[in-house]
Design a protein. Structure first.
Lengths: 593, 333
């Protein structure tokens, strides 16, 4: 079967990083819309006091699934879509190091996401918060299937992230084109590398935490239960040892995207490349030493509080350095305001606000008033929406032409940007005040006497503006699919390798693997040539055939999880058998199909 | 000074909200040493943040406007970095952070829950979804309504009977989680008489939103009067009265499986709130609705209809029994 084949079969068996990237993109984008709809129902319920749109039970499921979906099913996989599509192109590779493992990661992600959301069909969507604090998640206080869906679904999704993490580390370290030294890597690829190291070190921690929870719920152990000698605070430590690096897993790729878009649209190299890269690496390391700042209200004692306050404040330094370098990149440039650039600039502007509010709850005493209130909801949305989502939109406008061969419409992009920008500030800025005025988060109702009704209404209006903006973006993607301007190889005048090949690239990416002599190969005096002088003429490049085994192996995981949910051991064993057969056949699959 | 800043912040708030409050759960008008220490720290950080915001967003905005592409302009000069600048903007945030970190750590130690000797001890126990307050030195047990004397240090020793909750009355300072198998502490001195509202801040299940509380800070004499009333035995009941009938209903119903009621010998359970003085409380259902006969009757008949997930099972009682029971509960002053 040729890699340029079309049809369902070719997609189910594909091992092409570009197709897998598109699969990640569309799947994650649908989950992004689902998570957004959940947010709109939440905001509709809170538009006024004593809301009655949904029950307390449904509300708790909605906010749990909104966060779980956005973190694990939308933002992480949207960044993964760019890892897949762009990283091999930026490093001059023909594919990732392990193409079938890459397909496996995608299928595990898709099936894990579907498994998690299947809980809605049983009226048992997870309802313990995305942070799932013990001992509320114990069998005693959450007897339903809700938490089982959550902990099994997250374990499945963790496998997808881990497999992809190892794959991309090996890819970036080993498949770089000749001359592409580490300190010549595009910043996006650098941030992807840091992110993957965070993933392979953070996900084992949440996996352990989830396995212990699974033992507590399925087999009657007491890891988190004081009555049996366990400790619910243990869960919080494990969860946040994962959870804080997870925040950087979400933001570093967006910082990488912005570091690509700003130079291209200012026509200037990134200011302080080395410092920006090292800052990103430093943020990755420091992200491991701050987890207890999510736990100041537990009362860990003044020594622990002081330590975690200090480490948390320190992170402001490399973050600030990055922001200054981005602004210096703009300085003296020729800024073109394409939609990609607007979102990148919006990222900086909004991320500053999120960073500053973060400093205020890095101080434990202030955090005692702010944590678990809407002030923190405002903070995380300035970081993860104003930051990560803006960065992702910048990446979509920037790389869409590379991925599809057509430009997204700039006029619609302008509407999309401004509605999103205004909507997010209307939605999230008042939340600072709502929180400081005493409204806790995760409450399905509040009384008019709190005095925050008007601000909540404003916030709801902003959320719906974001929803309208998202519809405009969907329309833009749909319309330009046939009618968009043809992109050509390099619509923006980019500096990096992905712009040296056709849009979309051929299945084998590069006819001849390029040799790189500088950090900005396409901007350097020694311009990169598509085919260097004297290179052998491109022979037909071998492209590996597709494989069914990644999909088959991946399908074993939701089967096992379904068996566990239904307490059906034979189903679990059937899943195990499929996994063993799948991996065995995969391992011995002939190279040529 | 913080006070002046506060007025500024309040003005800003009012103009943003278009409404005059009174914001019963605001964190910005603290009435205790604990709350004021936090507020001073936050005010300090707030102004640093405003300054950084203005400078950095200003630079960004200036760059965006000043360096927009103009047709025919020469290509920009490719600058790759500047060591002195890099050192400068690494040091600048570091210096600011020192100005934040020092008062932060000082405040951490000032607010670490250590109460002075002679502080009034109160045990706080979080339940799904109500608050129990016990005064071990006074022999008083109540629910959802914490009474404190003004100007006297208070030490809260807090735990949970089930899942994690978080005790929070913003007007009197920050929150602290309450966790099964663990004692967490808060210490503060309320400086103004008044009623302060709060609620559980840690997601604790279905009716997390309905786990509210109030703190009544009284003058020393009013507080002592309240203690004396709570310490006094149950209010007497006239023989043959409707209250007496209500007590009989209480004694033979499922009520006694969960509640303590001093004048019903069989009712010594501690699963639900102590009802010995329930009639004196202003609200029921952990501050959900006013303590009125009709609300009490609805609550007893089907509490989950008022409070989703309520652990109190519905009570099916003949109407006249229900009326008597309500009258009895109302008389428990």
């Amino acid at each position: 079967m040729s890699a340029s084949a079309t049809g369902l079969r070719s997609w189910l068996t594909t091992t092409d990083h570009k197709r897998i990237g598109l699969l990640y993109f569309w799947t994650a984008f649908v989950f992004f819309l689902v998570g957004g709809l959940e947010a709109l129902v939440i905001r509709a319920q809170l538009a006024g006091p004593n809301g009655t749109l949904v029950s307390a039970e449904a509300f708790n499921q909605l906010f749990t699934m909104h966060a779980t979906t956005m973190v694990f099913l939308a933002l992480m996989p949207l960044t993964a879509a760019f890892f897949n599509y762009i990283v091999p192109l930026q490093i001059g590779a023909r594919d990732v190091a392990f193409p079938r493992l890459n397909a496996f990661s995608y299928w595990v992600f898709l099936l894990g996401g579907l498994f998690m959301n299947a809980s809605f069909l049983f009226g048992a969507a997870p309802d313990g918060g995305w942070f799932g604090y013990a001992n509320l998640t114990s069998k005693q206080y959450s007897p339903g299937l809700n938490i089982d869906f959550w902990l099994l679904g997250l374990q499945i999704l963790g496998i997808a992230s881990l497999a992809a993490g190892f794959n991309f580390i090996v890819t970036i370290l080993n498949l770089r084109a000749p001359g592409l030294k580490m300190m010549r890597l595009p910043v996006f690829t650098w941030m992807v590398l840091v992110t993957q190291f965070l993933i392979i070190t953070a996900f084992p921690v949440i996996t352990v935490a989830l396995v212990l929870l699974m033992f507590d719920r399925f087999f009657g152990t007491s890891f988190y239960l004081p009555a049996g000698g366990g400790n619910p605070v243990l869960w919080q430590h494990l969860f946040w040892i994962f959870g804080h690096p997870e925040v950087y897993i979400l933001i570093l790729p967006a910082m990488g995207i912005v570091s690509e878009v700003l130079p291209t649209f200012s026509r200037k190299p990134l200011f302080g490349y080395t410092v920006v890269v090292y800052s990103g690496v430093l943020i990755g390391f420091m992200g491991w030493g701050v987890w207890s700042h999510h736990m100041f209200s537990v009362g860990l004692g003044p020594i622990a509080d002081s330590f975690f306050a200090a480490t948390t404040l320190l992170i402001a330094i490399p973050t600030g350095v990055k922001i200054f370098n981005w602004i210096a990149t703009l300085w003296g440039g020729q800024i073109r305001f394409a939609a990609a650039m607007k979102f990148a600039l919006g990222f900086i502007a909004m991320f500053i606000i999120g960073g500053l509010s973060g400093v205020s709850h890095a101080a434990p005493p202030a955090d005692l008033q702010q944590t678990d209130t809407y002030y923190v909801v405002a903070h995380i949305h300035y970081v993860l929406f104003g930051g990560t989502v803006f960065g992702l939109f910048a990446g979509m406008y920037y790389w869409w032409p590379k991925m599809t061969g057509r430009l997204l419409d700039e006029r619609l992009g302008n509407w999309h940007f401004w509605l999103t920008f205004i909507g997010m500030n209307l939605a999230f800025f008042p939340m600072h005040f709502i929180g400081l005025l005493g409204m806790p988060r995760r409450i399905y109702t509040y009384g008019p006497e709190l005095g925050v009704s008007t601000m909540n209404l404003v916030s709801t209006i902003g959320a719906f503006l974001i929803g309208i903006a998202a519809l405009i973006f969907v329309y833009n993607m749909w319309r330009t699919r046939r009618h968009g301007a043809v992109a050509g190889d390099d619509p923006w005048g980019g500096a990096t390798l992905e712009w040296s090949i056709s849009s979309p690239p051929p299945p084998h990416n590069f006819d001849v693997i390029p040799t790189v002599a500088s950090r900005l190969p396409r901007w350097s005096a020694t311009q990169l040539k598509a085919i260097p002088e004297g290179a052998e003429t491109a022979a037909p490049v071998h492209v590996p055939a597709g494989s069914w085994w990644p999909l088959i192996a991946a399908s074993s995981l939701p089967i096992m999880a379904t068996g566990a949910i239904g307490r059906m051991l034979p189903v679990v064993l059937a899943g195990v058998a499929i996994l063993i057969v799948g991996i065995y056949r995969w391992a011995y699959e002939p190279f040529e199909a | 000074m913080p006070r002046r800043h506060k007025r500024w912040l309040t003005t800003l708030l009012l103009s943003v909200t278009g409404c005059a409050g009174p914001f019963p759960q605001t964190t910005l008008a603290p009435k205790s040493d604990f709350g004021i220490a936090i507020d001073q720290l936050f005010t300090n950080i707030f102004w640093w943040a405003v300054a950084v915001f203005v400078v950095v967003e200003g630079l960004l905005l200036y760059a965006i406007i000043r360096f927009r592409a103009r047709p025919g302009a020469p290509p920009p000069k490719a600058t790759h970095g500047h060591t002195a600048l890099e050192i400068g903007w690494t040091l600048a945030p570091a210096v600011i952070l020192v100005f934040i970190a020092v008062p932060t750590i000082q405040t951490i130690f000032r607010t670490s829950g250590q109460a002075p000797d002679g502080a009034m001890q109160v045990e706080v126990i979080g339940h799904q979804w109500w608050w129990e307050f016990r005064y071990p030195d006074l022999g008083v047990v109540t629910a959802n309504e914490l009474h404190l004397p003004v100007g006297r240090p208070v030490a809260l020793a807090m735990t949970s009977a089930d899942v994690i909750h978080s005790y929070w009355a913003p007007g009197l300072g920050g929150k602290r989680d309450v966790i099964l198998g663990r004692t967490s502490r808060l210490a503060f001195t309320a400086d103004s008489i008044g009623t302060y509202y709060g609620q559980c801040a840690e997601f604790c299940g279905e009716s997390h939103a309905n786990m509210r509380l109030r703190v009544v800070v009284d003058s020393a004499s009013a507080f002592d009067a309240w203690v004396a009333r709570e310490q006094a035995g149950p209010a007497p009941i006239a023989p043959g009265s409707v209250e007496e009938k209500g007590r009989a209903v209480f004694a033979r119903s499922a009520c006694i499986a969960c509640h303590t009621m001093e004048d019903v010998p069989a009712a010594r359970a501690v699963i639900g709130p102590n009802l010995t003085h329930v009639g004196a409380r202003s609200m029921i259902g952990s501050e959900m609705v006013e303590n009125r006969p009709d609300h009490l009757a609805q609550w007893i008949a089907n509490s989950a209809a008022m409070k989703p997930g309520s652990k109190m099972p519905p009570m099916v009682l003949p109407p006249e029994d229900l009326t008597a029971l309500v009258a009895y509960l109302r008389s428990r002053q």
